[in-house]
Design a protein around this ligand. Structure first.
Ligand SMILES: C[S@@+](CC[C@H](N)C(=O)[O-])C[C@H]1O[C@@H](n2cnc3c(N)ncnc32)[C@H](O)[C@@H]1O
Length: 189
């Protein structure tokens, strides 16, 4: 798992309070082209947002969304590898990070010309640097292993998007960084 270390088991005694939801969707290589998924994500955005592997779909939100994609053909504010994205912003300057990378090497080869996240743990360490205390991490993929609980992140939600047998179901998680979000505008947009 790279420099963040292996995922470790959590001491959380019960998952009773965990919010879980379930949907059926038509899969698309641009994940948020599905209205149900796009709305699910948009409802969970708060404050200044980084869309770290932005793809094609533009999310609607009442605050700034910074779009990044390694593919220069994507309409984005910057085109860097998410594994080095913390070099491009001040630390702890995003309230939400959306992380929707290629879900597998197969999907990367098939839909994104082989572009992929080489080291998921490194990408997550970068994201952790950029997230404000109390900030929200929203991930899509074939796993619910999100941000490391060893860093104090708390799992808030899990959603399952049943792709009706067309491919593996999509899984989404919302993890919250420890601390309190500050109120009001804090950064240059
Ligand atoms: C699943 S798609 C994102 C789809 C997007 N949410 C949408 O609805 O349009 C994954 C994106 O990650 C980008 N990507 C792949 N490797 C990346 C990397 N290392 N850093 C940043 N972006 C990357 C791909 O170019 C692709 O656009």
């Amino acid at each position: 798992m790279g420099s963040l270390g292996d995922a470790v088991d959590t001491d959380r005694e019960s998952w009773d309070g965990l919010e879980m939801s379930y949907y059926t969707v038509s899969p698309n290589r641009w994940t948020f082209r599905s209205d149900k998924i796009r709305e699910w994500v948009e409802e969970r955005l708060t404050g200044r947002v980084l869309n770290a592997c932005a793809g094609r779909t533009k999310l609607v939100h009442d605050d700034r969304i910074v779009r990044n994609d390694i593919d220069v053909d994507r309409d984005a504010d910057l085109h860097v590898d998410v594994c080095e994205i913390a070099d491009h912003f001040e630390p702890e300057t995003f309230d939400t990070v959306v992380y929707d990378p290629p879900f597998s090497q197969y999907q990367s080869n098939r839909s994104y010309e082989g572009r992929n996240v080489g080291d998921d743990a490194l990408a997550k360490r970068q994201i952790d640097e950029l997230l404000s205390p109390g900030g929200r991490f929203i991930q899509f993929g074939f796993t619910t292993t999100g941000m490391p609980m060893s860093l104090g992140y708390e799992r808030q939600e899990v959603a399952i998007f049943n792709t009706l047998g067309r491919m593996n179901d999509y899984l989404a998680v919302v993890d919250e960084k420890p601390g309190e979000l500050e109120a009001g505008p804090r950064w240059f947009k």
